[in-house]
Design a protein. Structure first.
Length: 249
């Protein structure tokens, strides 16, 4: 589904990614862990098309199609979804109106008619119930005055409504208490299926107690230096990253 080959990227002439290789197949959940400054959030931003980064080498393929030169909105229409670490507030635009616009823009880009209002309302109702969201929440301005947990839950709601092929969760656990973490993780678990894939970027193993990864990758100094199963995340929690550095040396 998603293949990244020899990806090199920089920002303001500083090299950050130095040859990342990664393959994620449909139905899989991958987690990327690593120390601060390793390039984890840079990788997620580049997959989504953030133009602040300069990609000097490599390619990003989604279902065999090279999306490297596509604009962020084109990638979104193709099925790339990024849950932001710090979601933006948009006063005056309700959660419901935002998601209606996003869905219909995606449908338009794919040559489809707008979703009928009754179908849209039914889907909103189903997905909000799935994520245990209060219906009043949907009429509030997007992220304005939201708690950290509400912002993250809203991101997962957007993911539920847009049904992306590849969902990238960039430190979704940041700032969440255990109840909010459980609800967000349960939502992700209910949404994953054999036709989509999830990439989780996190510092902490605790999120992976709720969203069980098929593969865990360690990103250090701009490269994936080690991969394994969930047990690798547990080992990292216990030992930190220094033991991997000593292995590499």
């Amino acid at each position: 589904m998603l293949i990244i080959r020899n990806l090199h990227a920089s920002v303001e002439d500083k090299d950050i990614l130095k040859g990342v290789n990664l393959e994620i197949k449909a139905g899989e959940v991958h987690a990327i862990m690593g120390p601060n400054g390793a390039g984890k959030s840079t990788l997620s931003s580049i997959i989504a098309g953030n133009e602040n980064y300069e990609v000097s080498q490599g390619e990003i393929l989604l279902d065999g199609e090279d999306i490297s030169d596509m604009a962020p909105e084109e990638r979104a229409h193709k099925g790339v979804f990024l849950s932001f670490q710090y979601p933006v507030e948009i006063p005056g635009v309700s959660v419901t109106n935002f998601i209606k616009t996003a869905i219909n823009e995606k449908r338009k880009a794919n040559g489809e008619e707008e979703m009928p209002a009754n179908e849209m309302l039914k889907k909103i109702r189903e997905k909000s119930e799935l994520l245990e969201m209060d219906r009043k929440f949907l009429s509030r301005s997007l992220n304005e005055g939201f708690s950290g947990g509400e912002k993250k839950r809203n991101e997962i709601f957007q993911m539920a409504m847009l049904e992306p092929k590849i969902a990238i969760l960039d430190e979704t656990d940041s700032g969440l208490d255990i109840d909010a973490l459980r609800i967000v993780a349960n939502g992700v678990n209910k949404l994953k299926n054999e036709n989509n894939a999830v990439l989780v970027i996190t510092h902490y193993q605790r999120l992976l107690d709720y969203i069980i990864p098929d593969f865990v990758h360690v990103l250090m100094d701009g490269k994936i230096v080690k991969s394994g199963g969930k047990e690798l995340a547990i080992e990292l929690e216990e030992k930190g990253y220094d033991w991997i550095k000593s292995e590499l040396n």
